[in-house]
Design a protein around this ligand. Structure first.
Ligand code: ASP
Length: 329
Protein backbone atom coordinates (compact mmCIF):
# COMPACT_ATOMS: atom_id res chain seq x y z
CA UNK A 1 0.00 0.00 0.00
CA UNK A 2 1.30 3.45 -0.94
CA UNK A 3 1.87 5.67 2.06
CA UNK A 4 3.51 8.67 0.44
CA UNK A 5 2.05 11.50 -1.60
CA UNK A 6 4.31 12.72 -4.39
CA UNK A 7 3.62 15.64 -6.70
CA UNK A 8 4.91 14.99 -10.22
CA UNK A 9 5.57 18.14 -12.23
CA UNK A 10 6.25 17.72 -15.94
CA UNK A 11 8.17 20.23 -18.05
CA UNK A 12 9.00 18.28 -21.23
CA UNK A 13 12.33 16.94 -22.49
CA UNK A 14 13.14 13.67 -24.25
CA UNK A 15 11.38 11.86 -21.40
CA UNK A 16 8.12 13.23 -22.88
CA UNK A 17 9.05 12.96 -26.57
CA UNK A 18 7.83 10.69 -29.35
CA UNK A 19 8.97 10.35 -32.95
CA UNK A 20 7.02 12.39 -35.46
CA UNK A 21 6.56 10.23 -38.55
CA UNK A 22 6.53 13.19 -40.94
CA UNK A 23 9.59 15.11 -39.74
CA UNK A 24 11.40 12.02 -38.39
CA UNK A 25 12.47 14.10 -35.41
CA UNK A 26 11.49 13.55 -31.80
CA UNK A 27 9.13 16.15 -30.33
CA UNK A 28 7.57 16.79 -26.91
CA UNK A 29 4.21 15.01 -27.13
CA UNK A 30 3.65 12.54 -24.29
CA UNK A 31 1.32 13.88 -21.61
CA UNK A 32 2.06 13.74 -17.90
CA UNK A 33 -0.62 11.09 -17.50
CA UNK A 34 0.98 8.92 -20.19
CA UNK A 35 4.30 9.20 -18.34
CA UNK A 36 2.89 8.17 -14.98
CA UNK A 37 0.69 5.45 -16.50
CA UNK A 38 3.77 3.93 -18.20
CA UNK A 39 5.00 2.78 -14.76
CA UNK A 40 1.99 1.14 -13.02
CA UNK A 41 4.28 -0.03 -10.16
CA UNK A 42 4.63 3.58 -8.98
CA UNK A 43 1.31 3.01 -7.20
CA UNK A 44 3.03 0.61 -4.78
CA UNK A 45 5.22 3.46 -3.56
CA UNK A 46 3.17 6.61 -3.83
CA UNK A 47 -0.08 8.30 -4.62
CA UNK A 48 0.84 10.78 -7.29
CA UNK A 49 -0.62 14.11 -8.14
CA UNK A 50 0.21 15.56 -11.55
CA UNK A 51 0.96 19.17 -12.48
CA UNK A 52 1.80 19.83 -16.14
CA UNK A 53 3.99 22.92 -16.02
CA UNK A 54 5.20 22.83 -19.65
CA UNK A 55 6.04 20.45 -22.48
CA UNK A 56 9.16 21.87 -24.11
CA UNK A 57 12.64 20.88 -25.14
CA UNK A 58 14.76 22.07 -22.22
CA UNK A 59 16.89 24.18 -24.58
CA UNK A 60 13.85 26.50 -24.41
CA UNK A 61 13.87 26.69 -20.59
CA UNK A 62 14.58 30.25 -19.44
CA UNK A 63 15.70 31.53 -16.01
CA UNK A 64 12.28 33.14 -15.59
CA UNK A 65 10.58 29.78 -16.20
CA UNK A 66 12.96 28.12 -13.74
CA UNK A 67 12.03 30.78 -11.19
CA UNK A 68 8.28 30.21 -11.75
CA UNK A 69 8.85 26.47 -11.45
CA UNK A 70 10.78 27.00 -8.19
CA UNK A 71 7.88 29.05 -6.83
CA UNK A 72 5.44 26.27 -7.73
CA UNK A 73 7.68 23.69 -6.05
CA UNK A 74 7.92 25.74 -2.84
CA UNK A 75 4.14 25.99 -2.78
CA UNK A 76 3.81 22.21 -3.08
CA UNK A 77 6.52 21.60 -0.46
CA UNK A 78 4.62 23.78 1.99
CA UNK A 79 1.65 21.40 1.83
CA UNK A 80 1.50 19.11 4.85
CA UNK A 81 0.08 16.22 2.86
CA UNK A 82 2.95 16.23 0.32
CA UNK A 83 6.03 14.10 1.03
CA UNK A 84 8.17 14.88 -1.99
CA UNK A 85 8.34 16.26 -5.52
CA UNK A 86 9.43 14.71 -8.81
CA UNK A 87 10.11 16.98 -11.77
CA UNK A 88 10.56 15.61 -15.28
CA UNK A 89 12.84 17.74 -17.46
CA UNK A 90 15.09 17.66 -20.53
CA UNK A 91 18.74 16.87 -19.92
CA UNK A 92 20.13 19.86 -21.90
CA UNK A 93 19.53 22.41 -19.13
CA UNK A 94 18.58 20.05 -16.31
CA UNK A 95 21.65 21.00 -14.25
CA UNK A 96 20.69 24.68 -14.34
CA UNK A 97 17.04 24.21 -13.40
CA UNK A 98 17.99 21.76 -10.64
CA UNK A 99 20.48 24.22 -9.18
CA UNK A 100 18.07 27.18 -9.25
CA UNK A 101 15.39 25.08 -7.51
CA UNK A 102 17.98 24.02 -4.93
CA UNK A 103 19.10 27.58 -4.19
CA UNK A 104 15.53 28.75 -3.72
CA UNK A 105 14.16 26.26 -1.18
CA UNK A 106 15.22 24.94 2.21
CA UNK A 107 12.63 22.24 2.75
CA UNK A 108 13.90 18.88 4.03
CA UNK A 109 11.44 17.09 1.74
CA UNK A 110 13.06 15.34 -1.24
CA UNK A 111 12.94 17.28 -4.50
CA UNK A 112 14.01 15.06 -7.39
CA UNK A 113 14.54 15.88 -11.04
CA UNK A 114 14.67 13.16 -13.63
CA UNK A 115 14.99 12.91 -17.40
CA UNK A 116 15.69 10.47 -20.18
CA UNK A 117 18.06 10.18 -23.11
CA UNK A 118 15.83 7.92 -25.20
CA UNK A 119 12.37 9.06 -26.13
CA UNK A 120 9.16 7.72 -24.61
CA UNK A 121 8.50 5.53 -27.69
CA UNK A 122 12.10 4.36 -28.28
CA UNK A 123 12.35 0.53 -28.09
CA UNK A 124 15.22 0.87 -25.59
CA UNK A 125 13.76 3.79 -23.68
CA UNK A 126 15.10 4.75 -20.25
CA UNK A 127 11.90 6.67 -19.39
CA UNK A 128 10.18 4.16 -17.05
CA UNK A 129 13.37 3.19 -15.20
CA UNK A 130 14.31 6.80 -14.51
CA UNK A 131 10.81 7.94 -13.56
CA UNK A 132 10.35 4.97 -11.23
CA UNK A 133 13.77 5.53 -9.62
CA UNK A 134 12.95 9.23 -9.11
CA UNK A 135 9.69 8.36 -7.34
CA UNK A 136 11.52 5.88 -5.09
CA UNK A 137 14.04 8.58 -4.14
CA UNK A 138 11.27 11.12 -3.50
CA UNK A 139 9.62 8.59 -1.16
CA UNK A 140 12.79 7.60 0.69
CA UNK A 141 13.15 8.87 4.26
CA UNK A 142 16.92 8.65 3.86
CA UNK A 143 16.67 11.40 1.22
CA UNK A 144 15.09 13.95 3.58
CA UNK A 145 17.42 16.89 4.14
CA UNK A 146 19.66 15.94 1.23
CA UNK A 147 18.55 18.88 -0.93
CA UNK A 148 17.58 18.84 -4.57
CA UNK A 149 18.65 15.66 -6.32
CA UNK A 150 18.90 14.52 -9.91
CA UNK A 151 18.19 10.85 -10.58
CA UNK A 152 19.07 9.07 -13.81
CA UNK A 153 20.56 5.72 -14.73
CA UNK A 154 20.08 4.55 -11.11
CA UNK A 155 22.40 7.25 -9.75
CA UNK A 156 21.49 10.09 -7.40
CA UNK A 157 23.38 13.36 -7.93
CA UNK A 158 23.43 16.67 -6.06
CA UNK A 159 21.87 19.54 -8.02
CA UNK A 160 24.91 21.71 -7.27
CA UNK A 161 27.41 19.22 -8.69
CA UNK A 162 25.73 17.38 -11.56
CA UNK A 163 26.61 17.98 -15.22
CA UNK A 164 25.48 16.59 -18.55
CA UNK A 165 28.63 14.98 -19.95
CA UNK A 166 27.56 12.96 -22.97
CA UNK A 167 25.39 14.11 -25.87
CA UNK A 168 23.66 10.78 -26.38
CA UNK A 169 24.50 8.13 -23.77
CA UNK A 170 22.06 7.12 -21.02
CA UNK A 171 24.92 7.49 -18.52
CA UNK A 172 25.21 11.17 -19.39
CA UNK A 173 24.99 12.62 -15.88
CA UNK A 174 28.09 12.83 -13.74
CA UNK A 175 29.30 14.93 -10.85
CA UNK A 176 32.95 15.44 -11.87
CA UNK A 177 35.27 15.59 -8.90
CA UNK A 178 32.56 14.39 -6.52
CA UNK A 179 30.65 11.37 -7.81
CA UNK A 180 27.03 10.54 -7.07
CA UNK A 181 25.41 11.00 -3.65
CA UNK A 182 24.05 7.50 -3.86
CA UNK A 183 22.30 4.92 -5.95
CA UNK A 184 18.95 3.28 -6.52
CA UNK A 185 19.32 -0.50 -6.36
CA UNK A 186 16.00 -2.18 -7.14
CA UNK A 187 13.71 -0.98 -4.33
CA UNK A 188 16.57 0.24 -2.13
CA UNK A 189 17.68 3.87 -2.06
CA UNK A 190 21.22 4.24 -0.72
CA UNK A 191 22.81 7.60 0.19
CA UNK A 192 26.60 7.40 0.59
CA UNK A 193 27.33 11.07 1.21
CA UNK A 194 25.81 14.54 1.27
CA UNK A 195 26.90 17.81 -0.30
CA UNK A 196 27.89 20.11 2.58
CA UNK A 197 28.18 23.18 0.37
CA UNK A 198 24.45 23.46 -0.27
CA UNK A 199 23.09 27.01 0.11
CA UNK A 200 19.71 28.68 0.45
CA UNK A 201 19.22 32.11 -1.16
CA UNK A 202 15.69 33.36 -0.35
CA UNK A 203 15.38 35.64 -3.39
CA UNK A 204 11.94 37.03 -4.20
CA UNK A 205 13.02 37.96 -7.74
CA UNK A 206 15.87 37.23 -10.14
CA UNK A 207 18.03 39.17 -12.61
CA UNK A 208 18.11 37.04 -15.77
CA UNK A 209 20.39 39.31 -17.83
CA UNK A 210 23.60 37.58 -16.80
CA UNK A 211 25.90 36.36 -19.58
CA UNK A 212 28.30 33.44 -19.61
CA UNK A 213 31.51 33.75 -21.66
CA UNK A 214 34.02 30.98 -22.26
CA UNK A 215 37.71 31.81 -22.66
CA UNK A 216 40.10 30.27 -25.15
CA UNK A 217 43.72 30.84 -26.15
CA UNK A 218 44.21 34.31 -27.61
CA UNK A 219 40.78 35.68 -26.63
CA UNK A 220 40.89 39.41 -27.39
CA UNK A 221 38.11 40.46 -25.01
CA UNK A 222 35.75 41.62 -27.75
CA UNK A 223 32.88 39.43 -26.52
CA UNK A 224 33.28 40.84 -23.01
CA UNK A 225 33.13 44.35 -24.48
CA UNK A 226 30.02 43.40 -26.45
CA UNK A 227 28.35 41.90 -23.37
CA UNK A 228 28.87 45.12 -21.41
CA UNK A 229 27.61 47.23 -24.32
CA UNK A 230 24.51 45.11 -24.69
CA UNK A 231 23.47 45.82 -21.11
CA UNK A 232 24.55 42.74 -19.17
CA UNK A 233 23.74 43.08 -15.47
CA UNK A 234 26.33 40.49 -14.58
CA UNK A 235 29.00 38.39 -16.27
CA UNK A 236 30.36 34.95 -15.62
CA UNK A 237 33.71 34.25 -17.24
CA UNK A 238 34.76 30.66 -17.64
CA UNK A 239 38.49 31.24 -17.47
CA UNK A 240 41.48 29.03 -18.15
CA UNK A 241 42.84 26.57 -15.59
CA UNK A 242 43.07 28.05 -12.08
CA UNK A 243 41.23 31.18 -13.31
CA UNK A 244 43.52 33.05 -15.69
CA UNK A 245 42.65 35.04 -18.82
CA UNK A 246 44.64 36.16 -21.86
CA UNK A 247 45.81 39.75 -21.15
CA UNK A 248 43.44 41.57 -23.57
CA UNK A 249 40.46 39.69 -22.11
CA UNK A 250 41.68 40.45 -18.58
CA UNK A 251 41.94 44.16 -19.43
CA UNK A 252 38.40 44.17 -20.82
CA UNK A 253 37.18 42.32 -17.71
CA UNK A 254 38.74 44.90 -15.40
CA UNK A 255 37.12 47.65 -17.47
CA UNK A 256 33.75 45.91 -16.98
CA UNK A 257 34.27 45.67 -13.20
CA UNK A 258 35.07 49.39 -13.10
CA UNK A 259 31.64 50.11 -14.59
CA UNK A 260 30.20 48.28 -11.56
CA UNK A 261 29.13 45.10 -13.35
CA UNK A 262 29.60 42.05 -11.12
CA UNK A 263 31.92 39.57 -12.80
CA UNK A 264 32.25 36.01 -11.51
CA UNK A 265 35.25 33.90 -12.46
CA UNK A 266 35.01 30.13 -12.95
CA UNK A 267 37.18 27.64 -14.80
CA UNK A 268 36.60 25.75 -18.01
CA UNK A 269 38.20 22.77 -16.21
CA UNK A 270 35.74 20.16 -15.01
CA UNK A 271 37.19 19.82 -11.53
CA UNK A 272 38.67 22.08 -8.86
CA UNK A 273 38.35 25.68 -7.73
CA UNK A 274 39.59 28.96 -9.13
CA UNK A 275 42.11 30.85 -7.01
CA UNK A 276 44.48 33.69 -7.77
CA UNK A 277 47.83 32.00 -7.33
CA UNK A 278 49.17 33.14 -10.69
CA UNK A 279 50.65 36.61 -11.16
CA UNK A 280 50.95 38.38 -14.51
CA UNK A 281 48.63 40.73 -16.33
CA UNK A 282 45.97 38.06 -16.96
CA UNK A 283 46.57 36.09 -13.77
CA UNK A 284 43.80 35.33 -11.31
CA UNK A 285 45.51 37.40 -8.57
CA UNK A 286 45.33 40.60 -10.61
CA UNK A 287 41.71 39.92 -11.53
CA UNK A 288 40.75 39.31 -7.91
CA UNK A 289 42.58 42.44 -6.75
CA UNK A 290 40.56 44.34 -9.37
CA UNK A 291 37.28 43.03 -7.90
CA UNK A 292 36.46 39.86 -9.77
CA UNK A 293 34.41 37.41 -7.68
CA UNK A 294 35.67 33.84 -7.36
CA UNK A 295 33.06 31.29 -8.44
CA UNK A 296 34.77 28.53 -6.43
CA UNK A 297 34.21 25.07 -7.88
CA UNK A 298 30.98 25.93 -9.70
CA UNK A 299 30.72 25.29 -13.42
CA UNK A 300 30.18 28.41 -15.53
CA UNK A 301 26.52 27.58 -16.10
CA UNK A 302 25.87 27.04 -12.39
CA UNK A 303 27.73 30.21 -11.39
CA UNK A 304 25.48 32.06 -13.84
CA UNK A 305 22.36 30.64 -12.17
CA UNK A 306 23.75 31.62 -8.77
CA UNK A 307 24.47 35.16 -9.93
CA UNK A 308 20.98 35.42 -11.48
CA UNK A 309 19.49 34.46 -8.10
CA UNK A 310 21.97 36.42 -5.94
CA UNK A 311 21.27 39.61 -7.93
CA UNK A 312 17.62 39.20 -6.97
CA UNK A 313 18.69 39.40 -3.33
CA UNK A 314 21.52 41.96 -3.26
CA UNK A 315 23.11 44.38 -5.68
CA UNK A 316 26.25 45.62 -3.91
CA UNK A 317 29.48 44.04 -5.16
CA UNK A 318 30.62 43.48 -1.57
CA UNK A 319 27.40 41.60 -0.74
CA UNK A 320 27.68 39.49 -3.88
CA UNK A 321 31.28 38.70 -3.01
CA UNK A 322 30.16 37.49 0.41
CA UNK A 323 27.57 35.20 -1.14
CA UNK A 324 30.07 33.70 -3.57
CA UNK A 325 33.22 33.58 -1.49
CA UNK A 326 31.94 32.70 1.99
CA UNK A 327 32.66 29.01 1.43
CA UNK A 328 36.10 29.55 0.00
CA UNK A 329 38.31 30.10 2.99
N1 ASP B 1 16.94 18.07 -26.02
C1 ASP B 1 16.42 17.32 -24.90
C2 ASP B 1 16.00 18.32 -23.83
O1 ASP B 1 16.85 18.80 -23.13
C3 ASP B 1 17.42 16.35 -24.40
C4 ASP B 1 16.93 15.42 -23.32
O2 ASP B 1 15.91 15.59 -22.71
O3 ASP B 1 17.64 14.43 -23.03
O4 ASP B 1 14.87 18.63 -23.70
Amino acid sequence: MATKRIVVITTGGTIAMKRDIHSQTIEPSASGKELIDSVPDIKQFADTELIEFANIDSSEMSPQMMFELSRLIRKQLARQDVDGIVITHGTDTLEETAYMIDLLHDSPKPVVLTAAMRSFDDPGTDVPTNLFAAVKVACADVCRGVGTMVVMNDEIHAAREVRKTYTSNVATLESPGYGPLGIVDEDHVIIYRQSLTREFLPAKKIEPKVMLLKMSAGDDGSLIKFAVKSGAKGLVIEGLGRGNLPTPAAEETIRAIKTNIPVVLTSRCFKGRVLGIYGGSGGGKKLHDAGIIYGGDLSGQKARIKLIVALGLVSQLTELKKIFERQMY
